[in-house]
Design a binder for this molecule. Structure first.
Ligand code: TRP
Length: 453
């Protein structure tokens, strides 16, 4: 079962599904479709795919190389190569970033559970104002969102507690196929609506006039977030890969799955929204206010289909969030388990309890504790902004420099080619991207978002 005393994934399919589970998350559903629709449809999708291939995949492979070679948690992985230099801190920084992302990601995941429950009970119908009020009242409630946050955290805990193979891998093998089935049910129902064609052409009509510098940078940021790059999620999972895993091929497969889910998410949202003439937006208001209204109106002829689609949609979101949260949780659990020499179960419990507290505080900062603000933003927004816009780009940037310029070339080559057993056709392209293209591009988005360029 174990390889040199350390847990590992049991099969190739397990590797792909677990890592794709980390990548496919809320980011695919509530940001990608909107960004594509708003930034030139197919033109954006093409740019996005270029970003994924030229920048996302090299960064993903880099994290894989570090993780698999060290076969340790992210902090120890960086430390073990750093020879006492400051590079060792990059790993700790990644673990901290993951921990903080988890703090607000779990709150939104909890909202999904509430909506699964509400759609199951048939509560989600009324006027457009009803949906706005419903969400705002719920979000500000001092009790319910906190309860769902804690429930979601313990759900994640339950899977993590069972270990890598029996927990993460087994859960991914069940959850990911279910997610695909739900996705297809909604896409088919949405695309069969009268007037759905307008939504499809909105998404796929290339409008090159909408493309400017912002679109490139937006696509790049979205690609990184969606592929879970920049904080050691991929590095931790790669520490459970076997020596036979083809890193480059796995990265390509995972990225293709992630991109396909993002595009399919567009095909579930736009046709339905256009068929009832509602303009979709992005983020929480899209998912929790606009879409329930869209589903209700679009399927008003056959309410049972509307009921099933809404239930399938929130179920899908909850599953996508769960598999991403598992990967975030695992980063901190592996860190505490290995660095503080506690059992895995105890490490998982420490992470679950502490992130439940952070999640609860983040959730309360939107309602009862709304005085809890920094620079006029709620704690929830601060977590989102600070991790996504600041910590992730810094982490990604440092990882590129670390692999491209610091690690011994031979070691990188050995990992890339599985010790010479693979041809490694793309190795030179990979090195070129990771040395020059990726760091420069990440630096550009970073500076651009602060208006510095
Ligand atoms: N990729 C996930 C999504 O699309 C979110 C996520 C999980 C993430 N782990 C991450 C983002 C690590 C950045 C880094 O929703």
């Amino acid at each position: 079962m174990m390889q040199s005393g350390r847990a590992n994934f049991g099969s190739k399919l397990g590797v792909i599904l677990a890592t794709a589970g980390s990548a496919v998350g809320l980011g695919n559903v509530w940001r990608f479709p909107y960004m594509a629709g708003d930034h030139g449809g197919a033109a954006f999708i093409l740019i996005y795919i270029c970003c994924v291939f030229l920048l996302g995949i090299p960064c993903m492979v880099s994290e894989f190389i570090i993780g698999r070679h060290a076969a340790a948690n992210t902090a120890r992985a960086y430390r073990s190569f750093s020879g006492g230099t400051l590079w060792g801190f990059v790993g700790y920084f990644g673990v901290l970033t993951g921990f903080l992302i988890m703090g607000y990601y779990v709150v939104v995941s909890g909202w999904c559970l509430q909506y699964v429950f509400a759609s199951l009970m048939g509560h989600l119908h009324g006027s457009p104002e009803f949906f706005t009020n419903y969400f705002q009242t719920f979000e500000k409630d001092p009790f319910k969102p906190v309860l769902w946050t804690v429930v979601f955290m313990f759900l994640t805990h339950y899977i993590i507690m069972h270990g890598v193979r029996e927990g993460i891998e087994k859960a991914s093998k069940m959850l990911m196929p279910t997610l695909f089935v739900l996705l297809l049910v909604i896409v088919v129902s949405s695309c069969m609506l009268p007037g759905a064609g307008k939504g499809i052409s909105f998404l796929f009509n290339p409008d090159f006039s909408a493309v400017n510098g912002d679109v490139f940078l937006g696509a790049l940021g979205q690609a990184f977030y969606s592929l879970s790059i920049g904080m050691g999620c991929l590095c931790t999972y790669a520490s459970y890969f076997s020596k036979q895993t083809n890193l480059m091929r796995s990265a390509v497969q995972i990225s293709l799955i992630d991109t396909m889910v993002a595009i399919l998410a567009g095909l579930m949202i736009f046709p339905a929204a256009f068929s009832v003439g509602i303009n979709p937006d992005s983020g929480p208001s899209l998912v929790f206010i606009t879409l329930p209204n869209v589903f209700q109106q679009a399927f008003s002829g056959v309410p049972i289909v509307g009921y099933i689609v809404a239930l399938a949609f929130y179920g899908l979101l909850a599953l996508a969030a769960l598999t991403s949260l598992i990967s975030l949780h695992e980063v901190s659990t592996a860190f505490i388990h290995e660095e503080f020499h506690t059992t895995r179960k105890r490490a998982a419990l420490i992470v679950t309890l502490s992130s439940s507290v952070i999640g609860a505080v983040c959730s309360l900062s939107l309602g009862k504790w709304d005085g809890l603000q920094i620079c006029g933003r709620s704690l929830f927004d601060i977590f989102d902004f600070f991790t996504g816009q600041i910590m992730l780009p810094i982490g990604g940037f440092l990882t590129c420099l670390f692999v491209g310029w610091y690690l011994p070339h031979k070691m990188v080559h050995d990992e890339f080619t599985n010790w010479g057993t693979l041809r490694g056709k793309f190795f030179h392209i990979f090195i070129f991207c990771i040395k020059y293209i990726c760091p420069v591009c990440i630096l550009l988005i970073f500076l651009h978002q602060f208006g510095l360029i």
